[in-house]
Design a protein around this ligand. Sequence first.
Ligand code: IMP
Length: 191
Amino acid sequence: MPIRFVTSNEGKADEAREYLDDVERVDYDYTEIQGDLETVAAAGARDAFEALGGVDPVLVDDAGLFVRALDGFPGPYSSYVEDTLGVDRVWRLCEAEDDRRAHFRTVLAYAHRPEEDGDVQVETFEGSVPGTIVAPRGDGGFGYDPIFEHDGTTMAEMSTAEKNAVSHRGRALATFADWLAGEPAQRKGAQ
Ligand code: IMP
């Protein structure tokens, strides 16, 4: 059974394909309620699962950049801030700070119906990575990748595989893939 990764972001889908065999990217604009990453991702997964027919499992990812000197800004508002201020201006906001430590965090929410007539269940998996905000470098990745440096390299300077090996999403995907491998429906020979 394919996993439908509900995202308009092809970069996220590429990252997921490094961990999961059968990922189909689906564009569906689920309702983004306000809240922390767990709440937003879980509500989005539940909404998308029902809207897409309530059969195939769906995966939703909600991520955010948390800058320590800015009290965690932009955090859950990272998407809005990227669209309005833009990544260069987030760098300029941080440029004057002595402490430019930050972290990226993501929560994956997986909505599925384990029993044919049973309730929908939503599982969440999280991952985070520490880094430093720097002047933009690199052409790869997406979003805040050019200004997020980890171990001397910005995420926009990494290949997808290199980014996955260290990134918040890579960590969450690895935990999710382990969990999925233990699910009865996924075990070899199960129907
Ligand atoms: P969302 O999870 O798609 O809502 O992402 C929130 C914001 O963080 C958006 O502005 C994304 O572009 C950005 N973002 C999400 N994941 C990453 C990442 O892995 N690297 C850089 N930016 C990201």
